[in-house]
Design a protein. Sequence first.
Length: 208
Amino acid sequence: MADLKLIYFDFDGGRGEPARLALSIAGIAFEDDRVSFQDWPNRKADMPFASIPVLECDGRTLTQSNAINRYVGRLTGLYPSDPWQAALCDEAMDAVEDIVMQIVPTFSMPEEEKKTRREALAAGPIPLFLSGLGKRLAANGDAYFADNRLTIADLKVFVWLRQLKSGNLDHVPTDLPDRIAPNLVAHLERMKNEPGVRAYYDKRQKRA
């Protein structure tokens, strides 16, 4: 088995979390290199695109969250082999990435600007992506986004929905997913109760 190290920020969520979950669910050993926000300025220049997540595999580096997700998905059996089902998996992951790209810049904004921008996101773009993902989930049977089984796409959507409902995004109502796409909230609850997902977060709580 390859020697793996996943480098990402030290919190439970964000772009590195789906790969952490997938590797943990599959029982594949990896070094979980969690970077504190205080240490990030000192490590940023060492990253290929000055960003994380970064996956190291036998000394080689892979960047870009969805490229990492696809690679890890293949390692763990959580990425479809059928080309169409793989495309559906990519579609869901890329949709999440599109809206995350709009949310992330708000974290560094001054408070009033952040409030204005997040309220605008909650009024338009976030509901658009919630609705779209809810419809895509329904079109594929309402249980999973691809291949009629758990894939890395389900984990990526789960991580995003978990953040939206956590209350950690000021000025974004936590009940927004319930109002726009209740089937995504049902999907979130199913993902929480997936044995591998539940075991991962139970272990994280014990370490806290």
